[in-house]
Design a protein around this ligand. Sequence first.
Ligand code: BES
Ligand code: MN
Ligand code: MN
Length: 462
Amino acid sequence: MNREAIERYLEEAKETQLEQLKEWLRIPSISTLPEHQEDVLRAARWLADHMQAIGLEHVTLIPTEGHPLIYADWLHAGPDAPTVLVYGHYDVQPVDPLELWETPPFEPTVKEGPQGPDIYARGAADDKGQVFVHVKAVEALLATEGRLPVNVKFIVEGEEEVGSPNLTQMLPQLQEKLAADVCLVSDSHILSPTQPVIIYGLRGLWAGQLTVTGPRSDLHSGSFGGIVHNPNQALAELLATLHDEQGRITVPGFYDDVRPLTPQERELLAQVPYGEEEALAETGVPALYGEPEFTPVERTGARPTLEINGMWGGFTGQGFKTVIPSQAQAKISCRLVPDQTPERVYQLLRDHLEAIAPPTVRVTLEDFGGGLPALVDLDVPQMQAAVRAYEESFGATPLFTREGGSIPIVALFQQVLGAPVILMGFGLPDDNLHAPNEKFHLPNFYRGIRASIVFMRKVARG
Ligand code: BES
Ligand code: MN
Ligand code: MN
């Protein structure tokens, strides 16, 4: 191991690494939009070609019923060396509303921010930039030392933003190919450029759509108002039964499977410097909402939620129209925590809505599925490798927290591959994921590459 050689290499490679990331970010790999299917494939090919070029082996696009998986490995660290499986995703979210982007989403632009340069583009932090960190770490090690301290496998998918349907379905048959001692996932954020954090919990997800149908077709509200239950009103009445005034979910049985927080865990989470003040500043709301007996960090990381993501029905144009609509609908999703499952949550919500549905309308709840929540073991030796990796590259000891977002495949890696998962994120809380002006903090990108290298070295030493 030659620290000076690799430091010199990394210093000299910075410009090239950035140009390469930009090239990849220019490909609009939006997985949910059918018109971008070719672009998603192009983004997969771009990374596969790049992996091949830097010396990774067995680089393959694994076809699925949707977008392809990318697999690559380097397995010459010796029979006793551990294997690290790096997971990430090359698909990105849609860019709407486009008019709110200050620079075009697929023309990556570097701008100087208060804490250093940021690269602006859709996918910069979620997740192309963060996957690329590990590709660049592998490249630097191979270029300067000709080898890696551990065996490395990559699995990079193109459907994370649509719930990982095909990787989920194919994981059992990939079990042997992806066998590893530890999974490394960089698809989350730390607290600030100087305060890293290791996420040890992710929430799961259930999503669905509620439809309230009244009359066969829209009706004149003068001729029929007074004898027909307005579906918009019925929808609002149904939705209003889902929470109490303090934000607790009132669907019977909803909390039955929720694992309570232990006093030790509450102590750990209390160290995270994020409270009411920060949440108010970050969101701009006049007051916070939600279960008063839990802190904001606990509420977003360790408590489930039920959100109404959209609702519509009847006339919403300019002016007014005196109509009773035939139908009203709402998109609903729940963030889940261990040991809730999307199947059970759907069943509970459907039972509740069926039980309270008035006889005046028909109510149906469609199931879009979801993903499992996950908790990762803090006691595995690889966790110490991650702690040291952050310390050496960011110059600070990471805190531990639970995150509100979801990465559905994490729980399945634990179940199917039986390997511990380390969530080593390099994003920042204000990276604007899924929103206009997504960015990735470039110092985090470069420090991330060093963190990845340190992680591999520490894992190798066991
Ligand atoms: N990278 C995010 C998840 C995330 C966000 C983790 C913030 C940690 C901090 C991921 O790409 C994502 O957006 N997941 C979706 C999953 C869904 C589409 C199944 C989510 O959480 O909404
Ligand atoms: Mn992501
Ligand atoms: Mn995302």
